[in-house]
Design a protein around this ligand. Structure first.
Ligand code: FE2
Length: 288
């Protein structure tokens, strides 16, 4: 199916995208669609039974079961807890929805509400505007960043985790709640995407993972800027853009949804952590 050839992004927006490595697009998604996604995420959480995953959420977070739970989540809907969500007997210290860090990584293919949200206008056209010829939706994450417990996400680039040759990954991040400096909005280093990659995270061939250092040059995080975003704002993140977020120390939640898109023409290494079985191939923005 051919996509509309009408550009969504203006020449000025494309210029900031190229210069900064990120682009904030306000009111890209409707409040209604955001609230529907929130309800669906909370419904998924309702169906999640932490007790059934006791070994995974063993307080020893280096456990083989935890590695496995993560590494095999590329074609599933799985739940990842915040640090500090469990007491010494592996029981939740607060309500389920406030204990979860994120849901990942294939809701966009397995859940109807997430699938349509991820493929609605103008997301596909924006991918075309920024140069994708054959975009594939690789990974989805619903991030809770709950009040008081929502942890920081340290500086990283998405290319580190979702490597392709050549680099092609772009993050499409949607504010489901208003994100501010108080509740842990994202920060990014403008122009940092033009620098060479520093790390690559990959499978180590022994059932675990390794973070390979490619350069010890630090990012210039002193020049980082906060990306505050109201509900429905879409933030595009270039795969090599250094970004992160602080903990949520406020009393407001900071829910967000991200979809990571890669180009079908790029090579996807088989030692990337996220692998799809042939039974659930990646797809693009066209609805079936
Ligand atoms: Fe990221």
């Amino acid at each position: 199916m051919a996509m509309s050839s009408t550009s969504v992004l203006s020449p000025q927006q494309l210029e900031s995208w190229h210069d900064d490595g990120f682009l904030v697009i306000e009111q890209a998604l409707s409040p209604e669609a955001c609230e529907q996604l929130r309800r669906q995420a909370l419904m998924l959480v309702d169906s999640f039974e932490p007790a059934e995953n006791a070994t995974v959420f063993d307080t020893n977070d280096q456990s083989h079961a935890a590695d496995d739970y993560f590494l095999s989540s590329g074609d599933k809907i799985r739940f990842f807890l915040e640090d500090g969500a469990l007491d010494d007997s592996a029981r939740l210290t607060r309500p389920k929805a406030q204990s979860i860090n994120k849901i990942g990584h294939a809701m966009h293919d397995l859940d109807d509400v997430f699938a349509s949200f991820s493929r609605q206008d103008p997301l596909g056209q924006i991918c075309t505007d920024i140069g994708f010829s054959d975009p594939l939706l690789l990974q989805s994450m619903y991030i809770f960043k709950s009040p008081e417990i929502g942890g920081e996400v340290s500086w990283h680039t998405d290319h580190t985790f979702l490597w392709t040759e050549p680099q092609s990954v772009v993050g499409m991040w949607v504010a489901i709640d208003d994100a501010t400096v108080d509740n842990g909005c994202m920060w990014a280093v403008p122009g940092g995407h033009l620098e060479p990659p520093r790390f690559r995270f990959r499978r180590d061939g022994r059932g675990g993972t390794t973070m390979e250092e490619l350069s010890s040059e630090p990012w210039n995080t002193d020049s980082a800027v906060p990306i505050e975003a109201e509900q429905g704002t879409l933030v595009l993140l270039h795969g090599t853009l250094p970004h992160g977020s602080g903990p949520n120390t406020s009393d407001k939640s900071r829910h967000a949804y991200t979809v990571h898109v890669i180009d079908a023409g790029a090579d996807y290494p088989d030692d990337n952590w996220l692998q799809r079985p042939t039974s659930l191939p990646l797809s693009g923005f066209q609805t079936a």
